[in-house]
Design a protein around this ligand. Structure first.
Ligand code: ZN
Length: 248
């Protein structure tokens, strides 16, 4: 089984398909991807339209149960409004988790409202995914520091440090509440990550969806052609993504 832990409902999809996931799911079928963690894109660049995009993600998931796991977002700059939206997404929209892109959304990981959100995510048992691998607000070191402050919250490095900071991502993922999604590092870095990070906290993702281009084949083959043992590949592709949601 393959679960893609990093995909986006890009604005081009919404403009063309108006909340209908069937064409999106066809691409998953083409690559035999069972399900996907689905992030927005509009909600990461437009504070004002973010709740609307969160609604869209939840509606897509309703049409594809067990195939689409929606990841909403909120904007810490809104203070209490951000907390209200966070709770609405969990309680009303029943989202699977959250995605934050501190670099694009323009907030610091030391933001006090964001600290409240991280605490709530631990209490409500929803994982937080991050864009990571770029300064100045999205470095794995910074996310690792956050994970130390909130040990009950599960944090996912959505890019495993990208091409430049994957070594820091390995260090950040030594914490038991930090997961790492192979989506960005080159093949040799992927192999080293798989040697050095706990095998049950590694995920795989493609980052496809912001445009209509199909990036899944490249990212999947990059991973499958590494020297990562096949048993570990199976864990990463199919078992760990479901483990992430198991808080028992
Ligand atoms: Zn992404």
């Amino acid at each position: 089984m393959i679960v893609d832990c990093h995909a986006h409902w890009g604005m081009v999809w919404e403009e063309r398909d108006h909340g209908n996931p069937s064409k999106f799911l066809e691409i998953l079928d083409r690559h035999k991807i069972a399900s996907t963690y689905l992030m927005g894109f509009l909600n990461l660049i437009r504070q004002d339209l973010s709740p609307q995009d969160n609604d869209t993600l939840a509606n897509l998931a309703k049409q594809a149960p067990n195939r689409i796991f929606p990841l909403a977002t909120t904007w810490p700059q809104l203070g209490e409004g951000a907390i209200r939206e966070f709770i609405r997404c969990v309680e009303d929209l029943k989202v699977t988790g959250f995605k934050f892109h501190p670099w694009m959304q323009g907030f610091s990981l030391t933001d006090p409202t964001f600290a409240k959100i991280c605490g709530l995510a631990g209490e409500l048992q929803v994982p937080i995914f991050f864009h990571d691998g770029t300064p100045c607000y999205s470095l794995p070191e910074q996310i690792g520091a956050l994970a130390s402050r909130f040990p009950k919250t599960r944090f996912v490095l959505g890019h495993a440090g990208l091409l430049w900071t994957w070594r820091s991502a390995i260090l950040a993922a030594q914490r038991k509440n930090v997961w790492i999604c192979l989506c960005g590092p080159h093949a040799r870095a992927i192999e080293l990550i798989c040697e050095r990070v706990a095998p049950d906290r590694i995920l795989w993702g493609s980052d496809w969806g912001p445009r209509f281009t199909d990036d899944i084949e490249y990212r999947l083959n990059l991973f499958l052609k590494t020297k990562v043992p096949s048993k570990l590949q199976e864990l990463i592709l199919g078992v760990n993504p479901m483990r992430l949601l198991d808080y028992s």
